[in-house]
Design a protein around this ligand. Structure first.
Ligand code: AR6
Length: 177
């Protein structure tokens, strides 16, 4: 499914983010940037040790922020590592921090002249953010960014399972004017 917003396109696909060939893929990392499971594990496994070495050099990343490394052996030249919030009860700033993880990643992409970027569904695995709300925040942040910026041509959401794909598709259909 695709939606044109201003100069850019938002697309939803089902698949493995580590196989995407957009100029950047986004990693759902943790604050240590030392790797982990889920998306983080898949990216570091496929990308090789160059990515981890750059992450160690950077040192860490706060929740809601983003940092950039090269893509190592991945098809994408860059990896943007962002840290989504751990979901507690929704009153600890989780929605704002999740929006910030997406917008910080997009700003960093623009700053590096990156025109196409793939996101996973940040925080909805190990960090337990409810999927429907997370999908709405992800899509709204992407739509707002494309409305205000002309440089990014494609924002791709790469959803791993049917549940995540269905949640994003349902929200995106609701958001189309
Ligand atoms: N491609 C795309 N999506 C995936 C992939 C993949 N290869 N693998 C899993 N997903 P998670 P989080 C989906 O746990 O919740 C790590 O240990 C998954 O089904 O990767 O932000 C980090 O080091 C889910 O929908 O990220 C952190 O400690 C979504 O991606 C912590 O997990 C996010 O799941 C971050 O947790």
């Amino acid at each position: 499914m695709e939606l044109q917003i201003n100069k850019g396109v938002i697309s939803l696909i089902q698949g493995d983010i580590s196989k995407q060939d957009t100029e950047a893929i986004v990693n759902a990392a943790n604050k240590t940037l030392r790797g982990g499971g889920g998306v983080d594990g898949a990216i570091h496994r496929a990308g090789g040790k160059a990515i981890l070495e750059e992450c160690i050099e950077i040192g860490g990343c706060e929740t809601g922020d983003a940092v950039i490394t090269t893509g190592g052996n991945l098809p994408s030249p860059y990896v943007i590592h962002t840290v989504g919030p751990v979901y507690r009860d929704g009153t600890k700033g989780e929605p704002e921090l999740l929006a910030s993880a997406y917008s910080s990643s997009l700003k960093l992409a623009s700053a590096n002249n990156i025109k196409s970027i793939s996101f996973p569904s940040i925080s909805t695995g190990a960090y337990r953010f409810p999927l429907a709300q997370a999908a709405e925040i992800a899509l709204q942040t992407a739509i707002d960014y494309l409305r205000k910026h002309d440089d990014i041509e494609r924002i791709c959401f790469v959803l791993f399972g049917q549940d995540a794909f269905d949640a994003f598709e349902k929200k995106l259909k609701q958001m189309i004017p």
